[in-house]
Structures are given as structure tokens and as C-alpha cells.
Design a binder for this molecule. Sequence first.
Ligand code: ADE
Ligand code: ZN
Length: 339
Amino acid sequence: MWPTAELHVHLEGTLEAELLVSLARRNGLALPSSDPAELRSRYVFSDLQSFLDIYYANLSVLRTAEDFYDLAYSYLQRAKAGGVQHVEAFFDPQTHLENGVPLAAVFEGFSAAFEQGRKTLGISAELILCFLRHLGPEAAQDTLSLALPYRDQFIGVGLDSSEIGFPPSLFTDVYARAAAEGLHRVAHAGEEGGPDYVWQALDLLQVERIDHGNRALEDPALVTALWDKQIPLTVCPLSNLSLKTASPDLAEHPLRRMLEENLLVSVNSDDPAYFGGYVDDNFAALEHALGLSTTDLARLARNSFRSAFLPEAEKDRLCALVDACATQQAAPAERDATR
Ligand code: ADE
Ligand code: ZN
């Protein structure tokens, strides 16, 4: 198991069906079924929107600070068991505000879970506030205004939800405002949208990372720009399979070319409760399908730390954990070779 940073996970996308059922019960809310297996059997998607429809509907069970705590702490426990040492997690405040949940409850629950994760699990975690692109730029501005009183509880802003028809250019002003507040900037781009969306995220939103970025490979000049500036790409292979945003054959996943092009690519889970796996599951699936070597896997793990919003000394410390793991993994082969 590789030590990694997870840089592309939506906390709301870690809502496992069992927790969904127990939160619905706790809050006296109805679900289409109270059987987790039956709920899970509906997680068959044709594209991003077909997933988002179910994902947003399920989020109505999150009501109190305790619910947000339980969601985030369950994720941190599972992530740590899979080797994750540091998390920069997305959340969608607009969904909760629309459900009548005050932002104070969201921040209280997530921040308490992160604190507990630090103390009990030794995992570090930060929040990235995402704007829902389908609600448009004015709603994003209003959301940022509501969130700024909690400025010390999140490190950056992101852009998610339905991609096509909602280009990054719409959000130029709110990203400039976030930058002026000293917030980090990332955006989903090139998941379903074309390379032009990735260019806009870079040039207009001035993002420091691209979430997904698969379709950037269609434009050689964009590949060169991503390499030149060493812009990290947070790639989510099992998500791409589930949402049909990449070939159904994982052996053809764009990550192979991203590695060949020497891009700063990392492996992430996106919405693990829906897409069949956490970061370690994504690593295992890739190792098998792409025939990745220990060197490739160690590079992906190191890339995750190099792509994080962490001080350089902390990145060095975490990369040393990867080096130690790589040495350990290579040891049996070397022992055999010297026999
Ligand atoms: N929100 C949650 N998961 C998402 C994804 N994969 N793409 C866009 N928005 C999302
Ligand atoms: Zn995502």
C-alpha cells in the first residue's frame, strides 16, 4: 500500500449507502429504499449528469453538524487504511444551503472531523470549497461571500458539477476574488468538456491544479503548457470508467499517456462511494490494467505529495515515506536476484 495524498475527493461522494440509510433514519427522511444493497444497485451511470442527479438527491440526508462529522470521519478512517496521509477534500456548500442547512453546521462538522483525524489517525486534511457551475457565477459570488467568515477553515476554491455548457470563463471574476483573498484555485476541466475548457481554467481562472484533465491530451500545445508549468492533474480512473468519460477498458486509460508525457499526474477517487473504490483501489486497478511497475507507482505516489498545497519540507517528509515503501517493495526481487 502506497503512502499518498488524496487531492480529488468530494466529501459528499464518500457517503456510503449504509451511512446514507442511517442518516435518513436519524433525520426522519424517506429514501427510495432502506436497503443499502438495493440503493447501490442503482449506481449505474451513463454520464456525469446521470450520476449527479442521484448524488444531489442523496445529499438531502445531511442536516446537522453531527451528520457532516460522521461523513468526513468515516472517509478519513477508510482513506487512512488505504495509505492516505494527507487530504485536500472538496465540498459543495450550495447543495447544503439549498437544503436549508446553515454553513456553520457544515464547517463545524467537517472541521471537527479533520481535527479528530489529525489527533487519532495522524492524517492531515484541508477543505476546498467548490462552486456548482450549473448555478452560475452570481450564485458562486454569493456563496463566497457567505463562506468568507469561515476563511480560516478552507484553503481554496474549486469548480464542479455539470461541465458542458458551463465553461470556466463564466467564473473569472469569482476566481479573481478568491485569489485576492489568498485562496488556492483548482477546477474540474476536461472531464467531459474539451481542451478549450482546460485552457480557460489555466488562462482565465489561473488555477494551480486541474481536476481530471483527461481531454487535455487532445491538444498537443496544451500538453506542452501543462508540462512547462508543471500543472498537476488529479486523475480519477474508476470514476472515468463509471461515468463513461474514458474507454471501458482501463488498459486504455489516458493516465498511461500522461505518464509518458511526464505530466504531474496523481491518482484519486473522486466519489468513492459511487464508483467502486478508494485511492488504494484505484492504484490496484491501474497496476493490474496498465501493468505499472513499482517505479511508476512510486512516481504516482510522489506526484500526489508534490501536487499538494503543503510546505516543501512537509512534501519532502512525505515523499521520503514513498521512497521507503519503494525500497521495501523492491527488496524481495533484489534478494531473489542475489540468491
Ligand atoms: N461533483 C461530484 N463529483 C463530480 C465529478 N466527478 N465531476 C463534476 N462534479 C462532481
Ligand atoms: Zn470530481
